[in-house]
Write a protein that binds this ligand. Structure first.
Ligand code: HEM
Length: 520
């Protein structure tokens, strides 16, 4: 527009103005954001010095040109890259470029320790934001001061006395599960062990978190149960498909509207339960309660009585965030872990025979209530649970953002970097675990753990932001597995080589596991 076609001799004034406008277009943002821009350039420079995976990354698209069309195959691709990083490149971390955004993938305990042990890198990465509409910013998703206060307030809910009480719920619900399995075995119909375990774990978490039974094992049509499964599905699809990331556009899509309606069902249910329990709660405060008064309290009841040092308590909507978080974190994780354990036991008859022997020693054929003193004696079962969490960790990776620069050996990770600790890869790192693909519960015998890096086995994460529910999870796993194994022999028909891991929010098999039960 500044060029005069009638008179092609340059108009110096116009040219000067044009030049000034172009300079201003660059100079103004630079003047405003020069610190940020220089920092970003320097960060990119440092990230480019970090090891990467065995495929080239290109400007702007990064490694995304390699990403499979089917998002379910994405995990396979990343884990195969990380296998190369551990085995061939022998590195502790590697950068994967998600388009223009670098993600530092951690596969070695030295690097995991740097991120997890510090109280500096506790902010969660961007993928957790898809959980916010449902879970708000509860313990799992919050950060900073809010997380610290909540963690302090919620920790007493996992007091040993309260967990012991939950053993009663676990016994009752798992007896129902066994009855359902017995009926299926006797009728000769195909037994879906994974489904039976999952519904039982759901009944347990509903009763322990909210003090309310949803009877998932008998009523699979419950509106709440259906909503719980649907929302996990939708969130998983969102996480995997960048096309669904933009909130405004998503809210206009059919899936977005279903997402909102489903969350509405979940929130209405939990808020009703919370309001009911709040009205009926006694005025006794948690720190002045006698253990006897705590009998059969749900997490929710404990939260209603929780008080910080300065006398502040949680509001009903704060409690809702936490109850929803327990519902999300507290059953699919344990159900996946138990299903994998059953699968592995069914593939390894020699280990199964030893577990049966241990159960016979402890119970002497008694099929009655399982007590804490029984659980303490089931050391092989516990090692088997750990080994299966090593091979198939329910939470296969966790994401953080570094809040300040940190170093792993000679590598430096700048502040503000997205980091993912690939627990599944770290648990298969041959520099830590000899014969990584072999199922061997005796790796966890005390004498075999001597000298092992404390961050080499982290199914429940580690450091200040580790899983608050790990004791609950191990107790539940032992109870349900004991119920099944006291009575049945297990046979798993799928070969290990035919399994495909699918990592959404939770690590599962991409197809239902084919497992049969025979009375012992
Ligand atoms: C086998 C079962 C389980 C596994 C493998 C597991 C694993 C994990 C992992 C890896 C984290 C860290 C997540 C992150 O940093 O993003 C976590 C956090 C958490 N888990 Fe679990 N979990 C299990 C069971 C449970 C149960 C039964 C509950 C509750 C009853 C629970 C409640 C939580 C909560 C509230 C957090 C957030 C803790 C915080 O950030 O302070 N988990 N879990």
């Amino acid at each position: 527009i500044f060029y005069n076609f009638q008179n092609p001799i340059p108009d110096y004034f116009t040219m000067a103005v044009t030049l000034l406008i172009i300079l201003a277009a660059f100079a103004v943002p630079f003047a405003l954001y020069w610190r940020k821009i220089l920092k970003e350039i320097s960060n990119r420079h440092r990230i480019n010095k970090l090891p990467s995976v065995n495929s080239p990354a290109y400007p702007l698209v990064g490694h995304s040109y390699m990403f499979p069309r089917n998002p379910d195959e994405m995990y396979d691709l990343i884990t195969s890259w990380l296998k190369w990083v551990m085995r061939e490149a022998k590195q502790k971390l590697a950068v994967v470029w998600l388009g223009p955004v670098p993600l530092v993938a951690i596969v070695h305990p030295d690097a995991a320790e740097v991120v997890l042990r510090s109280s500096k890198h506790m902010e969660k990465s961007f993928v957790y934001r898809f959980l916010h509409p449902w879970l708000g910013t509860g313990l799992l998703t919050s950060g900073g001061e809010k997380w610290k206060q909540r963690r302090r307030l919620i920790t007493p809910s996992f007091h040993f006395n309260i967990l012991l009480d939950f053993l009663e719920v676990m016994n009752e619900q798992s007896t129902k599960m066994l009855r359902n399995l017995d009926a299926a075995v006797q009728s000769g119909s195909k037994v879906n062990v994974g489904r039976a375990i999952t519904m039982c774990a759901l009944d347990i978490i509903c009763e322990t978190a909210m003090g309310r039974t949803v009877n998932a094992q008998s009523d699979q049509e419950s509106e709440y149960v259906k909503a719980l499964y649907r929302i996990s599905d939708i969130i998983q699809q969102r996480q995997k498909s960048p096309a669904l990331w933009w909130d405004l556009a998503f809210s206009k899509m059919a899936m977005g509207r279903e997402h909102d309606a489903t969350i509405d069902v979940l929130h209405r249910f939990t808020m009703n339960v919370i309001s009911d329990r709040a009205q009926s709660k006694t005025e006794i405060k948690l720190n002045t309660m006698h253990p006897q008064d705590m009998k059969r309290m749900a997490f929710l009841d404990v939260l209603l009585r929780a008080e910080s040092e300065d006398g502040r308590s949680l509001s009903l909507s704060d409690i809702q965030e936490e109850v929803d978080t327990f519902m999300f974190e507290g059953h699919d994780t344990t159900a996946a872990a138990m299903t994998w354990t059953i699968y592995l036991i069914g593939r390894h008859p020699a280990i199964q025979a030893r577990i049966h022997e241990e159960l016979d020693d402890v119970f002497g054929g008694d099929m009655g209530t399982i007590t804490n003193s029984h659980l303490q004696k089931l050391s092989l079962l516990e090692r088997t649970i750990k080994e299966s969490l090593r091979m198939f960790p329910s939470v296969p990776f966790i994401g953080r953002v570094t809040t300040e620069e940190c170093s792993v050996g000679s590598h430096s990770i700048p502040a503000g970097t997205q980091v993912a600790i690939f627990i599944d890869s770290l648990h298969h790192n041959p520099s830590v675990w000899p014969d990584v693909d072999r199922f061997d519960p005796d790796r966890f015998l005390p004498e075999n753990c001597v000298g092992r890096h404390p961050y080499s086995f982290i199914p429940f994460s580690a450091g200040p932001r580790n899983c608050i529910g790990q004791k609950f999870a191990l107790m539940e796993e032992k109870v349900l597995l004991t119920q099944i194994l006291r009575k049945y022999s297990i046979h798993s028909h799928d070969e290990e080589e035919d399994l495909r891991k699918q990592a959404d929010l939770i690590l599962r098999s991409s197809t239902p596991l084919n497992i049969s039960l025979t009375p012992r």
